[in-house]
Design a protein around this ligand. Structure first.
Ligand SMILES: NC(=O)c1ccc[n+]([C@@H]2O[C@H](COP(=O)([O-])OP(=O)(O)OC[C@H]3O[C@@H](n4cnc5c(N)ncnc54)[C@H](OP(=O)(O)O)[C@@H]3O)[C@@H](O)[C@H]2O)c1
Length: 278
């Protein structure tokens, strides 16, 4: 018997932030699984390689989540061309590192708009088509930071916790509809993420630099993004709404288990020690 493929369940997918890192690995996995993919970048030149490797099966889309109206228009055109998207992967995002009060609040607000408000707006635009067809998968790429906040990245933690809360809420709301919702929470993966983190005021304070060094070391030693794509593939094939923690065993399995058993104060102390802030 042939091994199951994602294309047995889904024909088309829209992946935000497909130019690099996890999004690119998700797009490549879906293409390898026989799914047609529309992938986004703020600069479609960054998608040329994927398009050349998969002629007629990968379509580059220009999308910038800083502008909600333009981002929704960038989704709706391809959605119409594709005859609806079976899978939508809300993956695009970035880090911003600095002191909460040292940085201008406008920078935190901008990150929340991109990674929470406008990402939720895309989910809001994507679901009606899936619900009307009675099938599909909404995939929100959150982070283990939703459970274990990263110091000096307050808006990132807020955005990911909010996105996970949205996914949890939609998992209940879509029960019995044929549509599934995946709340994917990666641990540290080796991507361009750490290199593209916006450095805000307060980032150079000595205690912030210690936290940055720990963060950077974990990112650089993390697994390859293909590992996360494997987790997403398996979750799509299970075809059930779920929270998907993925990454190194300690971060994705042991840490969350210990955190559920221990008191929150102890978890915070371990986090602080880990980031050199004890
Ligand atoms: N790497 C990790 O360890 C890790 C862990 C947990 C969660 N995550 C999450 O996984 C997702 C992907 O991260 P990554 O590690 O793959 O990072 P990455 O390599 O830096 O890729 C980020 C992607 O997001 C896109 N993007 C950034 N800002 C955007 C905006 N304003 N509008 C539209 N697209 C934008 C980028 O596209 P262009 O620059 O081409 O426009 C790029 O494709 C993020 O949501 C991140 O928070 C990552």
């Amino acid at each position: 018997m042939a091994a199951p493929r994602v294309s047995d369940l889904h024909r088309t997918a829209f992946v935000t932030g497909a130019s690099t890192g996890l999004g690119r690995a998700f797009a490549a996995m879906l293409l390898a699984e026989g799914v047609r993919v529309w992938g986004t970048s703020r600069d479609v030149v960054r998608l040329a390689e994927l398009a050349a490797a998969h002629p007629g099966r990968f379509t580059p889309v220009a999308l910038d989540l800083r502008d909600a109206t333009a981002a929704l228009a960038a989704f709706r055109g391809p959605e119409k061309d594709a005859g609806g998207f079976d899978v939508v992967v809300n993956n695009a995002g970035y880090g911003a590192f600095g002191g909460f009060t040292s940085a201008d609040f406008a920078d935190w607000r901008a990150q929340l708009e991109v990674m929470l408000v406008n990402t939720a707006a895309l989910a809001h635009a994507a679901l009606p088509g899936m619900l009307a067809r009675g099938r599909g998968a909404l995939v929100n790429i959150s982070s283990l930071a939703a459970e274990f906040p990263l110091p000096f990245q307050p808006a990132y933690n807020m955005a990911k916790a909010g996105l996970s809360a949205l996914s949890e809420s939609l998992m209940i709301e879509t029960r019995g509809s044929g549509v599934i919702v995946l709340d994917v929470r990666p641990g540290d993966y080796r991507t361009d993420f750490e290199g593209s983190v916006a450095r805000l005021p307060g980032a150079d304070a000595p205690h912030a630099m210690r936290a940055w060094a720990a963060f950077e070391a974990m990112m650089r030693s993390g697994p390859h993004p293909d590992h996360a794509a494997g987790s997403l593939r398996r979750a799509l094939l299970r075809n059930r709404s779920a929270t998907v923690r993925t990454g190194r065993f300690f971060q994705a399995v042991a840490g969350p288990l210990l955190a559920r058993l221990g008191p929150l104060a102890l978890n915070r102390r371990i986090q602080a020690r880990y980031f050199g802030l004890d």
